[in-house]
Design a protein around this ligand. Structure first.
Ligand code: AMP
Length: 424
């Protein structure tokens, strides 16, 4: 085959059937579970004012290195960016529309990050997720985490691990400040052992150092003070209630005191789902947490929030690794073969489709033999054959593609006959 003139941009892929059918089925399953938990779908813009995403934290990789940002053609031009995640956009929507809290929403769609592409890491990837805005009840945290865990179970995934942490609260009486002080002191003492990148990060945002995946930083991170030892009474009680809720419904988790997640907005509960069947650096299949200051940061009223985003592309890789969630059968029930010019096929297809059947045909006036071959390949259980004899007699030949038997049916009886046969 000749080299194509254009290819999909680096880090993006065309997802063709049956993979696309499987992706759709996964999103549908998520929609079903989220709907059953009282979440409504929100469809948000794929691009937003760059300022919305800057709230994710200027020192995070997502904002400082991975943003697809651009100027529009306005006068003056507006700085926009393709969304790298959806939480910030949803908080912007909350501040704009002020829905009645608690606002429970779910979403699905593409996100964009300028990352180094590799298996399970793309520049355009799909996420599904939920957010609950307007309550700081720890049972909302539990409900959200349980929804994620039950979703993985419903796909048939048996080996998903849940890591849980609390980052405390950053307010005046907050536990975060005392912790950050202890962390800065510790990192200053061990500065020379850190990678050059992390030495810069210490200055800008010490908590981010804990997020470094660089080998050189691993030993320093392993010895760093942990947030859970610094929680104030309120945050500690909140964390205990989240754990108790998860225990009550029997969702297993590990406390992971160094889990800080990649974005700056998190407060209190943070969590991550990992699929150990996937390669180390790409084994996170989703994560989330509480972001009690984000709506206010975006100009809205003080509003607590909790949510998660799951990486659909990686979840499907995890399903492959565990041999679960096969692509649903795709294709048609009936294939119409017409050697009389095609108009009869047009009419039969339309009738059968309006009766709710999945029907296909071929084009280009090909021979009976060629059309029967396509019918075979289509996987259809029945073929409807229209030749000159059939047309003249006002009948159609109905062929069972499994056992090869066939007989003639009067044209007006075709729909009823197919319904009767498909029931058997
Ligand atoms: P994050 O909020 O960055 O933790 O993203 C949530 C989930 O989205 C991750 O756990 C991954 O499963 C998925 N994800 C994030 N970035 C990418 C990417 N570049 N390619 C594919 N999936 C991704």
């Amino acid at each position: 085959m000749a080299e194509p003139t254009f290819r999909a941009p680096k880090g993006t892929r065309d997802i063709l059937a049956p993979d696309s059918t499987r992706l759709r089925a996964l999103v549908d399953e998520f929609a079903r579970l989220a709907g059953h938990s009282g979440f409504g779908e929100v469809v948000s813009p794929i691009f937003e004012d760059l300022g919305v995403f800057k709230r994710l934290g200027e020192s995070t990789d997502v904002v400082s290195k991975e943003m697809f940002d651009f100027c529009d053609k306005g006068d003056p031009p507006q700085r926009l960016a393709l969304r790298p995640e959806l939480t910030a956009g949803i908080c912007r929507a909350y501040a704009e529309h002020r829905p009645v809290p608690p606002w429970k929403v779910w979403y699905e769609g593409p996100q964009f990050r300028y990352e180094q592409p590799q298996a399970g890491r793309y520049r355009q990837f799909t996420q599904v997720g939920v957010e609950v805005l307007g309550t700081d009840d720890p049972q909302a945290d539990v409900d959200v985490i349980v929804l994620g865990a039950r979703f993985f179970e419903s796909l048939g995934l048996g080996r998903i691990e849940l890591a849980l942490n609390s980052l405390g609260s950053p307010g005046d009486s907050g536990s975060r400040r005392a912790y950050e002080q202890a962390l800065v002191e510790y990192l200053a003492q061990n500065r020379s052992l850190l990678s050059t990148q992390s030495q810069v990060t210490v200055e800008r945002n010490p908590l981010r150092v804990l997020d470094s995946k660089r080998e050189q930083d691993a030993a320093v991170i392993a010895g760093a003070p942990v947030m859970v030892d610094f929680l104030d009474d309120e945050s500690a009680a909140h964390f205990a209630a989240v754990r108790a809720g998860l225990d009550a419904v029997g969702v297993a988790y590990e406390i992971s005191p160094r889990l800080v997640r990649g974005l700056d907005y998190y407060t209190r509960t943070t969590f991550e789902f990992a699929a150990p069947a996937l390669a180390g650096a790409q084994n996170a299949v989703g994560g989330g947490g509480r972001y009690d200051g984000l709506v206010e940061d975006l100009g809205g009223p003080p509003t607590p929030g909790i949510g998660f985003a799951l990486g659909v592309d990686r979840i499907l890789l995890a399903c492959d690794a565990e041999g679960v969630f096969a692509a649903p059968a795709d294709g048609v029930d009936v294939f119409v073969v017409d050697v009389t010019g095609g108009t009869a096929a047009l009419m039969v297809c339309d009738r059968l489709r309006r009766a709710g059947m999945a029907v296909d045909r071929s084009y280009g006036g090909r021979s009976m033999k060629a059309q029967m071959k396509v019918a075979d390949r289509s996987g259809a259980s029945f073929a409807v054959i229209i030749g000159d004899d059939e047309l003249a007699a006002g009948v159609l030949t109905l062929r069972d593609m499994v056992d090869g038997s066939q007989y003639r049916v009067e044209a007006p009886r075709l729909v009823g006959e197919l319904i009767r046969k498909r029931r058997r």
